[in-house]
Design a binder for this molecule. Structure first.
Ligand code: GLN
Ligand code: ZN
Length: 784
């Protein structure tokens, strides 16, 4: 007899380990400190302990726990499992050498490209599909996960990225003629084979994740996707002997795809009824109620998998009842991959703030409590419901959250567009800054030496006091300024030694934010971040960067650039409020930063950069939501500098090179100077810019800081010359692609010296050419 679908489940769990055990195992293995057997033992222990923990928290029914572990990335795992990426392994695990070569590259092969997983901060590896790749089934590692769990007393649910999503995220290999999506039927046949093997091993339930069904996938319409879903899952469910199919559609609401999927013959459908609008969408609930046939188990993802707020269990229970079904299972809206492990590990958070939060473990408890409340009554889980009620009440009444002065100020700014005087006027006024032609600068951070990191850690833990810490930071600034003067950079920076992270630093210095000690979330592979928590109205108790920038200006006669992180990036890399719209938080942060900008200006800093590398990241998955997002995000950026004098030059930095897609928005930022990534694409991005007629100053990065390679002078000259073919000399800046924080001094020194030398060479050539022209004119030739 097949097991019924569990009443309480989650669609995925963080894999890095509560104490980042996976990170440690990976890094030890990569560095050769442990061998493959040690590595396999460590991650085996991590998986089994996780299963025990989850069962203890209430996921004790068969198949309640998803086997969502991955060494590095679940997209890579699925691609290997179906042979979309050819692999030589047929054993119980991937071939680790092969696996990590794909994930991280080797001395001779580049890694797979990495990009953001839907609109989250998780990055997956982008599979490439060649015309001659024949898909093949490699279910062995799934079978091994199942067997390993079974031996430890757990029946877990294997998880794969579904075929539609896998192909939607795959890019054609260079020289390929077919669209990956056109090979769906072929791929489905391999999924078919895989589920056959799982059935033979006695697996009752398997999970396929299909987030592509809630997004707008370029080149594929909603209707085409919905039809493909129906077709594919009809084929898969027509298999005679198979596990039951649980298909999830996380990260938003299904549109046309709902009918396609619900009627295809699948056995359980996981829907996200929490995260789409950060509030339950009643229309979606209504559609689920009418469009999901009774024989399909509805798995209601009501506990938010992406944010960290304690759930309002009573409201959720009402929604579950509104679904009005005989049987409904309770789950998370998305995998819990996006949240840290447990609030228990946060001893430094203000107690009231801590009581408002639910991380992964607390969310599992919430799922279980809701499931029990449906089948029994809320009283069955009185403690959980009381915690939820208390959190809701104390949070809505808290003076820590609500600040009338901030609200009044935000309201007063609501009508302000944030625009300054026109660019031409500013451009003329900024001539007083005395910035030379083709100016050289950097994006802000300089390498963070072990000494700098130690000073910050010592200060944090109280081993050194404020005075000693300030002195150490000022020494570092002296060194960084000295180096920039020696290298001949025109606009100098202080180097950001005081910042552990460009968002966390501002969060630590603004009211309304909390930061965690152990709230690690996987960004990719072994890389984790600790997103700050925005819980209340935002204000700036004291100037943040002014002391450092003002000190820097005293040490040099060169122009100093002040350095801030913009409101959109601060929001994008934090856990945000669910009780006010994002646009309101963006305005509050913008106004706090506006004070900082004015203070910097008053301290004599004439050039200020406001970084917005995440502007594009927050772009909504649905095309139809984008205009509204760009409208508020871009306006909040403008608010930051709305009050400065036309003589003050505002820079922005956007990391990526996909400029074309949101070029209107970038133009509307109204920054005087914009720096972007360009070296990797050999200045290709400038075609978009020239075509668009972007009129402001621009600094396309000529030095790719993502690689330890030092670019040689001729190569840099070539890139600068290429840029000059698109951008007039009085609007072009010469700078690296991004901050230098992760690089080492030897390479940075060499690369920046070459950058200045290349600029000088270009200037000399231009001057010679100019003289040449005059000579020709003098000789009676007609001017060209
Ligand atoms: N100013 C930041 C730095 O230089 C910008 C980093 C970024 O764009 N991600 O590190
Ligand atoms: Zn950058």
């Amino acid at each position: 007899m097949t097991a019924p679908f569990p009443t309480a489940t989650i669609t995925g769990y963080p894999r890095i380990g509560a104490r980042r055990e996976l990170k440690r195992a990976l890094e030890s293995f990569w560095s050769g400190r442990i061998d493959a057997d040690d590595f396999s033992r460590s991650v085996h222990t991590l998986r089994i302990e996780t299963y025990h923990r989850l069962a203890g928290l209430g996921l004790s029914e068969d198949y309640a726990i998803p086997a969502s572990y991955s060494h590095y990335d679940h997209v890579l795992d699925t691609a290997l499992t179906v042979g979309l990426i050819p692999s030589s392994s047929n054993g119980s695990d991937f071939d680790l050498t092969e696996y990590f070569a794909l994930a991280r590259g080797t001395a001779s092969t580049p890694p797979l490209e990495m990009t953001k997983w839907f609109d989250t901060n998780y990055h997956y590896l982008v599979p490439e599909l060649a015309d001659d790749t024949a898909f093949t089934a490699h279910p062995q590692h799934l079978l091994a996960l199942v067997a390993e769990a079974e031996a430890a007393g757990h029946r877990v649910r294997p998880v794969l990225v579904g075929p539609l999503t896998l192909l939607a995220l795959t890019k054609p290999a260079p020289g390929t003629t077919t669209r990956p999506f056109d090979r769906l039927d072929e791929l489905t046949a391999v999924y078919h084979e895989i589920i056959g093997s799982l059935a033979a091993a006695g697996v009752d339930w398997i999970q396929f994740d299909e987030p592509a069904l809630v997004a707008d996938i370029p080149g594929t319409s909603d209707e085409e996707l919905a039809e493909a879903a129906r077709h594919t899952y009809s084929a898969l469910s027509a298999t005679e002997v198979r596990p039951r199919l649980f298909v999830t559609a996380p990260y938003g609401s299904l549109r046309a795809g709902l009918n396609g999927l619900a009627g295809s013959g699948i056995d359980a459908l996981g829907v996200d009824i929490s995260s789409a609008t950060r509030a339950v969408d009643p229309q979606y609930v209504q559609r689920l109620r009418t469009q999901v046939p009774d024989h399909v188990r509805l798995v209601a993802g009501i506990i938010d998998g992406r944010n960290i707020w304690a759930d309002d269990l009573r409201t959720s229970l009402d929604v579950l009842r509104e679904l009005n079904r005989e049987t409904v299972s309770v789950s998370t809206s998305t995998s819990l991959l996006h949240v840290p492990y447990t609030v228990e590990q946060e001893t430094a958070l203000p107690v009231d703030v801590a009581s408002w939060l639910s991380f992964a473990e607390e969310k599992v408890t919430e799922v279980e409590a809701l499931a029990a409340a449906i089948t029994e009554a809320p009283e069955a889980r009185a403690a959980a419901f009381e915690r939820a009620d208390r959190a809701r009440r104390t949070r809505s009444e808290s003076a820590r959250v609500h600040n009338d002065a901030v609200l009044a100020r935000t309201e007063a700014a609501a009508a302000h567009t944030g625009f300054r005087t026109d660019f031409a006027t500013r451009h003329a006024a900024q001539q007083t800054l005395g910035i030379p032609e083709l100016p050289t600068t950097t994006i802000g951070s300089f390498p963070q030496t072990p000494e700098v990191r130690r000073a910050r850690a010592d200060h944090r833990s109280g081993r050194i006091d404020d005075t000693d810490y300030t002195a150490l930071m000022k020494d570092e600034i002296d060194r960084v300024v000295g180096l920039q003067e020696e290298l001949g950079l025109d606009v100098v920076v202080h180097g950001e030694p005081e910042r552990n992270d460009m968002v966390q630093y501002f969060a630590e210095n603004l009211d309304g934010f909390a930061t965690t000690d152990n709230g690690w979330v996987q960004s990719y592979g072994s890389r984790c971040t600790r997103p700050p928590i925005l819980f209340g109205d935002v204000s700036r108790p004291n100037p943040i960067t002014v002391e450092w920038s003002a000190y820097t200006a005293q040490q040099t006669s060169r122009t100093v650039k002040g350095m801030l992180t913009g409101p959109v990036t601060i929001l994008a890399w934090s856990f945000v409020r669910d009780d006010v719209p994002l646009r309101e938080s963006a305005d509050q942060i913008a106004l706090a930063l506006a004070d900082e900008v004015l203070d910097l200006e008053a301290a004599g800093i004439g050039v200020i950069q406001v970084d917005e590398p995440a502007l594009r990241e927050l772009l909504p998955l649905r095309e139809s939501d984008r205009a509204d997002y760009l409208d508020w995000s871009v306006r909040s950026f403008r608010l930051v500098a709305a009050q400065v004098s036309p003589r003050t030059q505002i820079h922005t930095h956007l990391c990526y090179s996909e400029f074309g897609e949101i070029i209107d928005a970038i133009n509307a930022l109204d920054a005087d100077v914009t720096s972007i990534e360009a070296a990797r694409s050999r200045m290709e991005v400038l075609d978009d810019i020239a075509e668009y007629g972007f009129e402001r100053e621009i600094g396309p990065g000529v030095y790719d800081i993502h690689s330890p390679r030092v670019p040689a002078v001729p190569e840099l000259v070539e890139l600068i010359e290429a840029a000059l073919r698109h951008v007039p000399a009085d609007r072009l800046w010469i700078n690296p692609d991004c901050g230098l924080k992760t690089r080492g001094y030897p390479e940075v020194r060499a690369a920046l010296a070459n950058l200045v030398a290349a600029r000088d060479e270009v200037l000399t050539t231009r001057a010679d050419r100019g003289r040449g022209d005059h000579a020709l004119v003098g000789a009676g030739q007609p001017p060209r």
